[in-house]
Design a protein around this ligand. Sequence first.
Ligand SMILES: C[S@@+](CC[C@H](N)C(=O)[O-])C[C@H]1O[C@@H](n2cnc3c(N)ncnc32)[C@H](O)[C@@H]1O
Length: 220
Amino acid sequence: MQRITEPELMNDEAQARAYAQANFDEPHNMFIQAFDEAFPEIDVSGHILDLGCGPADISIRFAQSFPDCVIDGLDGAPQMLAHGKLAIQKAQLEDRIHLILGRLPGASLPDDHYEVIMSNSLLHHLHEPDVLWESIKQFGVSGSRVFIMDLMRPESEQVAREFVDLYASGEPQVLKDDFYHSLCAAFLPEEIQSQLECADLSHFKIKVISDRHVIVFGVL
Ligand SMILES: C[S@@+](CC[C@H](N)C(=O)[O-])C[C@H]1O[C@@H](n2cnc3c(N)ncnc32)[C@H](O)[C@@H]1O
């Protein structure tokens, strides 16, 4: 099926609340585990950037897994960041995770040297995917580790509906709709490969890690 874009920013309060309250244990733990497997040799420390951090669940799990790092989380939706702020306070990580309101491209960040740039489920929101790859080159330096996880577009809208029934059956309708639209907006691995070639990042690796998830990783 053809890609169907969805709105970039998750600015609707009901949508942001449902997303912040959802249980993402499985995919978000998979994000941390897949990061660990992609970069087994590094001692994760220093400054980390989480692009499209939303309510900061990935940032929090990452900070808890790697205690020697500090994280800047960037997102263009104030509603998502408000939920993120509460979650960070609850996890008592205010001194290690800082949230920044800014929309890509063109956002400014406090640091100009990130050891790791990561992102989960931002790529499929972007109407122009090169915004992600150009931002990574802008905010990274030589040697920065890059780790991206996103959904993969299924072969048909019917399969997208089946994934919603399979993985989000107990969730509120707003979250089910969100998941369906995200699946339809996601890229195929071969499309991501073309994006990487256009961005001069073709040395990054692409790996399918579940029936609906793909990771992209490499060193700048
Ligand atoms: C599906 S959520 C993922 C949130 C988080 N990374 C996670 O895994 O839970 C995508 C997030 O990207 C943000 N976003 C989308 N387009 C953006 C842009 N152009 N600049 C900054 N943030 C953006 C949305 O507001 C939303 O919070």
